[in-house]
Design a protein around this ligand. Structure first.
Ligand SMILES: Nc1ncnc2c1ncn2[C@@H]1O[C@H](COP(=O)(O)OP(=O)(O)OP(=O)(O)O)[C@@H](O)[C@H]1O
Ligand SMILES: [Mg+2]
Length: 509
């Protein structure tokens, strides 16, 4: 069991920190109990400080509650029907309130943000029920209108001392010896994030041995979950490299951090030359991220981090004394939209890497050809079963599903071929299930791709870099993806014709 669940605070008293907020909330609960409807509560604050835990504690004060996640679209339908239902229940039975808990209202899922916040606004307006919402990002665009209708409770990080005390208590309960110094360091590194602190402690104590400083060597920095906005703020507001570097170690996708910094540069910096320099640094960081991805050598992240952190920070002459509202919605949305796509692409490329013994770079370069080859049902079947592609991965190369008829036919053929060849080939099993024709086509594509990658490497330096960033080429502009399809269409027909002829040849195993 996760210790974070095991030791989740059950009462207001057990929940550490945020004393004033707890008082406000207790008052809010009591007013509802007296029959005085209150504005919805909006708990805002960084990750792992007890917002969800607090909502559960509040829920205990009401006879019933429903809990939904705002980034899950279905939530709204459930909520809408529940509000109707429960407001009438309320009028019938007086006291029975149903507490609505809506978590992650600044959630990143769901592309139509406005739809999301409109729905929430409607719920707030129509519901006669007590309602709690939780969010991390106070400045999220989604919250702009919601905030005005709520009692906003800004929750702060848990104090290092309280974190330390809580960790020691857990150690005692779990019978784990600890070095107080190690607890102190962990508490400090977790930067108010109780969840991170407890998780790290559990991970480091898995073997039941004493919890010591050496346990922290590997994990402490990774689990230092600063809020992403803190990082952006430090980069934009500071010029002290020693402050910036530690603040950049957060448990977030570093490319997302870069997007956030990039998006906020023009909000903070005012001089054109500063903005220009800052973006030049972002561009360099982006190149190194591309390199890291293409070569899978993640030491490049260090350079990326130096450019997007100290590089951007030192692009300004002096720090601005002003309050800047940081934004993040745009980057979140963009990343949210492409994150799935990128993950899918990487999954496929990794399978190709393992099974076809090509580098990731070559794998990416083969994608457009796969789009063509996969138009042939049987080849699509053969290749995808060899690579063990899942349905969504096959969909990356062809919109239609492989017809059941074809799958059946191919399975039958394969089984038959297996049966026939088993006796004599038993001793000589090769990997791969391609028919000769598919094998040849695939080899050709692979060679071409390898050739292309090699060519691009021998070009001049700047070309090397842009070619080493296949993600940009394949994914950024949507048109780019569809272009090769169009221009290669006639070829596609030719290839599938050729393939049809080869259909009867046997598979090799
Ligand atoms: N203030 C706190 N006091 C005691 N334990 C806490 C506190 N905050 C967090 N924890 C521990 O961390 C775990 C995670 O906390 P919780 O889910 O409430 O965080 P959260 O603020 O909702 O985070 P997120 O913003 O990521 O949803 C809890 O189960 C509990 O073990
Ligand atoms: Mg939460």
């Amino acid at each position: 069991m996760l210790w974070t669940d095991k030791y989740r605070p059950q009462t207001f008293k057990e929940l550490l920190g945020n004393g004033k907020s707890k008082k406000q909330i207790e008052h809010w609960v009591n007013e509802w109990k007296k029959g005085n409807p209150q504005k919805p509560l909006l708990l805002v604050g960084p990750a792992g400080i007890g917002k969800t835990s607090l909502a559960y504690i509040i829920a205990k004060e009401f006879s019933e509650h429903i809990e939904l996640n705002a980034s899950d679209k279905r939530s709204y339908d459930i909520l809408m029907s529940t509000i109707g239902e429960s407001s009438s229940t309320h009028s019938l039975f007086g006291e029975s309130y149903k507490l609505l808990i809506l978590d992650e209202v600044d959630g990143i899922n769901g592309n139509d943000d406005r739809g999301g916040s409109r729905a929430i606004n409607k719920i707030i307006k129509e519901s006669k029920q007590p309602m709690i919402m939780m969010a991390n990002d106070f400045y999220s665009k989604r919250l702009t209108t919601i905030k005005t209708k709520c009692l906003v409770i800004k929750m702060t990080k848990v104090h290092t001392n309280s974190v330390g005390a809580a960790l020691k208590k857990i150690c005692r309960k779990e019978g784990i010896d600890f070095d107080p110094e190690a607890i102190k360091v962990l508490a400090k590194n977790s930067n108010g994030d109780m969840r991170a602190a407890i998780n790290t402690l559990q991970a480091a104590s898995e073997d039941g041995e004493k919890f010591e400083l050496s346990n922290l060597d590997n994990i402490s920095q990774k689990d230092n979950t600063n809020n992403i906005f803190d990082t952006v703020r430090t980069v934009l507001k500071s010029r002290t490299v020693n402050h910036i570097k530690p603040d950049m170690m957060i448990d977030e996708d570093p490319t997302l951090v870069m997007e956030y910094i990039a998006e906020n540069i023009p909000h903070e910096y005012e001089k054109p030359s500063e903005i220009k320099n800052a973006y030049e640094n972002i561009a360099k960081a982006d190149l190194y991220f591309g390199r890291a991805r293409a070569t899978r050598d993640y030491t490049y992240w260090r350079y990326a981090s130096d450019f997007m952190g100290p590089g951007v920070a030192l692009s300004k002459k002096e720090t601005y004394r002003k309050f800047t509202r940081l934004t993040g919605a745009q980057a979140f949305r963009l990343m949210g939209q492409t994150r799935g796509k990128r993950a899918l692409r990487d999954r496929i490329a990794e399978k190709m890497e393992n099974k076809m013994h090509v580098s990731l770079e070559v794998a990416y370069t083969m994608f457009p050809s796969f789009e063509i080859i996969f138009q042939n049902d049987e080849m699509a079947y053969e290749i995808s079963s060899f690579l063990e592609l899942e349905d969504d991965e096959i969909k990356r190369f062809r919109k239609r599903k492989i017809p059941k008829k074809v799958i059946k036919k191919m399975e039958k053929e394969i089984n038959e071929a297996k049966r026939l060849e088993r006796e004599e080939l038993n001793k000589n099993i090769k990997t791969g299930i391609y028919r000769e024709s598919t094998k040849k086509t695939l080899n050709k594509v692979k060679e071409n791709a390898e050739e292309k990658v090699k060519d691009s490497k021998s070009d001049d330096d700047s070309n090397v870099i842009s070619n080493e960033n296949p993600e940009k080429e394949n994914f950024k502009p949507e048109e780019k993806e569809s272009k090769p399809k169009k221009s290669k269409k006639p070829k596609k027909e030719k290839e599938s014709e050729k393939l049809d002829k080869g259909q009867t040849s046997l598979f090799s195993f």
